[in-house]
Design a protein around this ligand. Structure first.
Ligand SMILES: CC(C)(COP(=O)(O)OP(=O)(O)OC[C@H]1O[C@@H](n2cnc3c(N)ncnc32)[C@H](O)[C@@H]1OP(=O)(O)O)[C@@H](O)C(=O)NCCC(=O)NCCS
Length: 155
């Protein structure tokens, strides 16, 4: 498995972006931003991670990440995050931010295991106005609030 910076057409990656976000409207807004790391196995794109700049030059955001269904739980996500952290450090960043749904317990675990800590809650972030269909439920929890996490990148 190879992790590399992606330099192709971002639309090719849209199915991967969709795995991480239920709002096509939101994906349209950020799909072209920043850099994307892809995990490639025998020529197949099996995962992606998008890093974007923030208003604070020393902070990057892990904006989107996903691993294809049949390949989850095999360490690809972990490897993508490790590579993203190395890239942020190489660029002199001191902090990495990520947001996920409060309803998504697996993601909250995944990010905390990768060194992220809870920062803030954005209530009612996943609205119809932002392109989220009504009635999305994850693990029995309605999709409503967004959790922000961050980690300090020791140099
Ligand atoms: C989140 C995601 C990218 C993780 O990628 P992955 O390749 O499955 O992750 P890894 O195999 O590196 O697993 C890392 C850890 O999570 C655990 N894990 C992975 N998938 C899990 C699952 N479905 N349920 C519980 N634990 C899981 C692994 O056991 C491992 O545990 P560890 O930290 O104790 O070592 C992947 O599950 C995914 O694509 N999810 C759907 C898209 C998504 O929600 N993206 C994030 C949006 S914010």
């Amino acid at each position: 498995m190879l992790i590399r910076l992606y330099d192709g057409n971002r639309e090719v990656l849209r199915p991967l972006f969709r795995l991480a976000d239920d709002s096509e409207q939101e994906i349209d807004r950020y799909v072209g931003l920043g850099d994307v790391l892809v995990a490639e196995d025998n020529g197949e794109l099996v995962g992606q991670l998008q890093l974007t700049a923030t208003a604070e030059p020393s902070t990057f955001e892990l904006k989107s990440m996903a691993v294809i269904d049949g390949r989850r739980g095999g360490g690809i996500g972990r490897a993508l995050v490790e590579e993203a952290i190395a890239l942020c450090r190489a660029r002199g960043a001191t902090h990495l931010l990520v947001a996920t749904a409060a309803a998504d317990i697996d993601n909250l675990r995944f990010y905390q295991r990768r060194g992220f800590r809870m920062l803030s809650i954005e209530r009612d972030a996943f609205t119809a106005a932002a392109g989220y269909p009504d009635g999305i439920v994850i693990d029995g929890i309605p999709l409503r609030d967004r959790v922000w996490l961050d980690q300090e990148l020791a140099l």
